[in-house]
Design a protein around this ligand. Structure first.
Ligand SMILES: Nc1ncnc2c1ncn2[C@@H]1O[C@H](COP(=O)(O)OP(=O)(O)OP(=O)(O)O)[C@@H](O)[C@H]1O
Length: 462
């Protein structure tokens, strides 16, 4: 088939697919990414001296709920290490006036994310910090009262659904993946299934997509939590000198909701909860072999994240169009929308309380400062189904006429096509793009002896 005709047909088919996508409405003012900091307690390994060379001394101070300082022991009045954030959580000791539990995080962050999701806004929360600083604890947590944001948000989601008025309908899809050594792994794939090579793609309308990633339709909190347990067991975790159960991958849990209440536009949203792998220095983790290779991949993607943030922060100041290197790592490519697009995003910076981690804490807090300057463009994804249906019908009719016009033009040029050398693949394309009636008509001008069925079999076998 002549390439120009083929590309027109392809673009017509693509357009038909695209009109099925629901467009966003109502743009919000560009909100900055919200940045929170959380300081964890001393852990057993620190107290017992197995981590950080056996020294244990508190070097963090939280003068208010929005300020954090790293103490300079040589000069207690030095204020140059003081930082201001949207919220600071003290989880180091219970006797502190700003002591924050897992429940506090749910009330202040989780509930707001749920409210956004119910109102059709995309959300993202990502936990950042050095290895062993408390990222997984904040996102996934432990049992009962130690449950982290993820299980609490999922519980809250189904609580919201249970309170919906009569006649309201909802759908939820969940996905769970990790990025390990720069490869995306589907954490919900059956354990014995063939490992699929997953790639991130940019769709002109859908934005970031990962074809082939499992998206499980779920109907209850219990179902989701079972999937999370399953996925967590599939994740790469190892012991390092800095953390007995160190996550060796970035892990992204996503839920998509679609909510329709009677006589109201439908609201669709996507929420990411991200537990990043720890930023680390090979020397301190005493990594060798596979651990060292993992560490290099983690550092490479985190340094790309830092460059993306620095570029976005710079452009927020200069108002120049940014050119961040999103494609240089899977992590930044997947989180592109959350970092500068349609999303309300929160960063949770996890820090260690110990003075032996001073350098890493300082670098986490400096990085967090730059994230604070980055703005996203959150948009309410509210859709009026009846007007969308009318719009889809009109667009479909327009595309049908375009297709007929292309077919007619091709028919007029048919005699010339007798001289074309048809490959099996051309014939299969002709079949799939032109449709059956077009194929039957085109038999008249194809060279004698061309057999569609044979061509199809050969192309597939090939
Ligand atoms: N707020 C907290 N309260 C009690 N324990 C905590 C808290 N935060 C972290 N911990 C404990 O500190 C240890 C390290 O935390 P965690 O595994 O969450 O670190 P991480 O930053 O995810 O590390 P990595 O990057 O290596 O995976 C764990 O034993 C965890 O239970």
């Amino acid at each position: 088939m002549p390439p120009s005709a083929l590309s027109k047909l392809q673009s017509a088919v693509t357009q038909v697919k695209q009109v099925n996508v629901l467009k966003s409405t109502q743009v919000e003012d560009s909100p900055a990414i919200k940045v929170c900091v959380r300081v964890r307690p001393f852990i057993k390994e620190e107290v017992e001296g197995q981590r950080s060379g056996g020294e244990c001394k508190l070097c963090i101070d939280m003068p208010s709920e929005t300020q954090v300082r790293i103490l300079n022991f040589d000069d207690p009045d030095d204020d140059s290490r003081a930082f201001e954030f949207d919220r600071c959580y003290w989880s180091h000791s219970k006797d502190h006036p700003f002591f924050a539990t897992q429940e506090t995080l749910q009330t202040e962050l989780g509930e707001i994310m749920l409210e956004h999701a119910m109102n059709g806004f995309n959300n993202c929360i990502f936990a950042y910090g050095q290895t062993g600083s408390g990222k997984s604890y904040s996102v996934l947590g432990g049992k009962d009262e130690e449950r982290g944001l993820l299980p609490r948000v999922v519980e809250g989601l189904f609580d919201h659904f249970a309170k919906l008025p009569q006649g309201a309908t909802y759908k939820t899809l969940v996905a769970f993946m990790e990025i390990y050594n720069e490869q995306i792994r589907d954490l919900l794939a059956p354990a014995d299934s063939e490992i699929k090579k997953l790639e991130v793609k940019q769709h002109p309308v859908l934005g970031t997509i990962i074809p082939g990633l499992t998206e499980a339709a779920v109907a209850s909190c219990e179902e989701v939590l079972n999937l999370v347990d399953y996925g967590t067991q599939m994740r790469h975790v190892s012991a390092t000198a800095m953390n007995a159960t160190s996550s060796r991958s970035h892990c992204i849990f996503t839920f998509k909701t679609s909510l329709t209440e009677p006589d109201q536009p439908s609201k669709v949203s996507q929420t990411h909860l991200v537990d990043l792998a720890g930023s680390e220095r090979a020397g301190r983790t005493k990594a060798t072999g596979d651990r060292l290779k993992e560490g290099a991949a983690i550092n490479q993607s985190l340094s790309t994240l830092a460059r993306v943030i620095s570029e976005l922060a710079k452009s927020a100041k200069t108002k120049k169009k940014p050119n961040p290197p999103f494609r240089e790592s899977k992590l930044t490519y997947i989180l592109k929308e959350s970092l500068c697009g349609n999303s309300k995003t929160v960063m949770m910076a996890a820090i260690s309380p110990n003075f032996t981690d001073y350098d890493e804490t300082l670098s986490t807090l400096k990085f967090s400062q730059s994230v604070k300057q980055v703005q996203t463009k959150a948009v309410q994804n509210a859709v009026n189904m009846s007007s969308v249906e009318a719009q889809l019908r009109a667009e479909l009719n327009a595309l049908k006429s375009q297709l007929q016009a292309i077919q007619a033009r091709l028919m007029r040029g048919a005699p010339k096509l007798r001289d074309v050398q048809w490959t099996d693949l051309d014939l299969v394309r002709l079949w799939s793009f032109g449709g059956e009636s077009f194929w039957i008509q085109s038999q008249r001008w194809l060279p004698p002896g061309v057999q569609m069925v044979g061509a199809y079999q050969r192309a597939v076998a090939f």
